[in-house]
Design a protein around this ligand. Structure first.
Ligand SMILES: Cc1cc2nc3c(=O)[nH]c(=O)nc-3n(C[C@H](O)[C@H](O)[C@H](O)COP(=O)(O)OP(=O)(O)OC[C@H]3O[C@@H](n4cnc5c(N)ncnc54)[C@H](O)[C@@H]3O)c2cc1C
Length: 277
């Protein structure tokens, strides 16, 4: 950041928000995306590390993850590893390399990688994001991802929350190597309940996709086919076949648009099959 003149390290949220009102001032969490992007118009940064926003805890029926919590802490957290088959911890692990996981924060990752595997896992688990400007507001992650730039004008993400419903969940990705950033990722989640006929019926089916658009998205067409059904191979095949419907991914050197759509079908099939298993 060639024009950087000031680094502030406030100890209160009020102080941080006041500093962010100044022109050319942005929030700094792990700094990995910000330093790599090195924007010319940034003249001051507000280091969030003294705001006490690094935590993972259970409170009021939810799991609360502080905005500056590092990815490495998500990977290791016993709370997250025990929830929804540990897909949030797995997603944090697959997000990026170990060096960056030690530095990158949960909020910084959602903001800089809105179609990344962490956003996908949190979307599948119905996460919400709390943003503070003059007052504190909580948005669904889908709304946050869609309106991130607008919502974050002179504002801060303080927390990400997950309902403690502990669904079955599974995560599948495809990448050039296991430690590489996923090209396409899919996370499926559902509550399996026993019906009066003794069938295992899937409720609240959520299938989130990454690497196929600007942000993580859900595939409502596939979800509808599976909702309130006893899952079997025929149904899973039908749902997987429509998982890429309506998507217009942009291809790049890691995977063409066609490859991304094809992988969406393959990974959705695998993810839902694993839910049944
Ligand atoms: C060399 C390199 C390789 C990478 N490889 C991968 C990869 O393989 N896979 C992958 O997914 N990603 C990769 N990344 C991106 C990486 O995931 C991000 O750099 C990281 O997650 C950003 O987190 P951070 O905490 O460092 O954010 P920062 O860089 O601190 O911030 C990122 C953005 O979010 C804003 N921000 C941060 N916290 C808040 C908050 N609480 N409230 C409001 N705004 C906030 C900042 O102002 C900034 O605009 C790579 C990055 C680098 C530099």
């Amino acid at each position: 950041m060639l024009n950087l003149r000031e680094i502030h390290k406030p100890t209160t949220l009020a102080e941080a928000l006041k500093l962010l009102q100044r022109p050319g001032t942005v929030a700094l969490a792990g700094g990995t995306a910000l330093n790599a992007a090195s924007p010319d118009d940034v003249t001051a940064v507000v280091d969030l590390s003294a705001l006490d926003l690094a935590y993972i805890r259970e409170s009021s029926g939810a799991i609360a993850i502080g905005a500056t919590t590092k990815l490495v802490e998500l990977v290791a957290s016993p709370i997250l590893r025990a929830m929804a088959n540990g897909v949030v911890s797995q997603a944090a692990h697959r997000s990026t390399s170990s060096i960056l996981r030690n530095q990158a924060s949960v909020a910084g990752t959602l903001i800089s990688e809105p179609d990344g595997v962490l956003a996908v896992a949190l979307l599948a688990l119905d996460a919400h994001v709390t943003i503070v400007r003059k007052e504190s507001r909580t948005h669904s992650l889908a709304d946050f991802l869609a309106m991130c730039e607008h919502l974050l004008m002179m504002a801060l993400v303080t927390e990400v929350t997950l309902p403690i419903t502990n669904p079955h969940a599974s995560l599948h990705t495809v990448a050039r190597t296991p430690s590489n950033k996923p090209i396409v990722s899919v996370v499926a989640s559902t509550q399996i309940l026993r019906s009066a006929q003794n069938d295992n019926v899937a409720h609240n089916v959520r299938i989130a996709l990454g690497g196929v658009g600007e942000t993580a998205v859900r595939t409502s067409a596939a979800e509808k086919i599976l909702e309130a059904q006893s899952l079997n191979d025929v149904l899973i095949e039908k749902a997987a076949s429509v998982a890429a419907e309506g998507l217009s991914p942009v291809g790049d050197f890691r995977g063409s648009a066609e490859y991304r759509k094809e992988m969406t079908v393959v990974l959705a099939r695998r993810a839902v099959k694993e839910l049944v298993a």
